[in-house]
Design a protein around this ligand. Structure first.
Ligand code: APR
Length: 167
């Protein structure tokens, strides 16, 4: 089972091979963590995203990392579910995001991967439920990735992810 760590910080500053962007279907950038990654990677990321898009919710597609600092070499863009009350397969789509990011990481030969709290911002997914889905999905996905770093941007998210990891 892949070792998982929880880190509070900025995903654009992580010393990992690839980082995950919680994107929208266009893959051309937006706000939140998507916006932070596009700002750090530069305008070529949106061009590459446009060429790879659209991306369906639950799927993931990779681009180069362009101006992001090494060792980051790839951005894996995934589109999380918009929370609509929990009766529209949101949990399954979110789990699929984590599974597909690991599959794409394996295709790239990525060994260390940082993933933000997908869908828990603009898309409104309850953070505690999302934390449990994230940990369960990563734990249950066969992958060659040697270390997964779940990135929390704030203390509350960090504590929810740590609690899910401790379960
Ligand atoms: N590093 C790590 N995590 C971050 C960063 C950052 N620099 N900035 C924000 N986050 C966290 C947020 O605090 C939240 O916990 O990322 C998590 C996901 O929130 P959003 O970025 O709002 O992503 P999401 O809820 O999946 O909504 C995606 O928002 O930005 C648009 O284009 C994006 O349309 C898409 C939607």
């Amino acid at each position: 089972m892949t070792p998982i760590e929880v880190v509070q910080g900025d995903i654009t500053r992580q010393d990992v091979d690839a980082i995950v962007a919680a994107a929208n279907q266009s893959l051309m950038g937006g706000g939140g963590v998507d916006g932070a990654i596009h700002r750090a990677a530069g305008p070529r990321l949106a061009e590459a995203g446009a060429a790879m898009g659209p991306c369906r919710p639950g799927d993931a597609k990779a681009t180069p990392a362009f101006d992001l600092d090494p060792p980051i070499t790839h951005v894996i863009h995934t589109v999380g579910p918009v929370w609509r009350g929990g009766q529209h397969d949101e949990a399954e789509v979110l789990a699929s995001c984590y599974r597909r990011c690991l599959e794409v990481a394996d295709e790239l030969g990525v060994r260390t991967l940082a993933i933000p709290a997908i869908s828990t911002g603009v898309y409104g997914f309850p953070a505690e439920k999302a934390a449990r889905i994230a940990v369960t999905a990563v734990r249950s996905s066969p992958t060659a990735v040697e270390r997964v770093r779940l990135i929390a941007f704030d203390r509350e998210t960090h504590d929810l992810l740590a609690a899910a990891l401790a379960e």
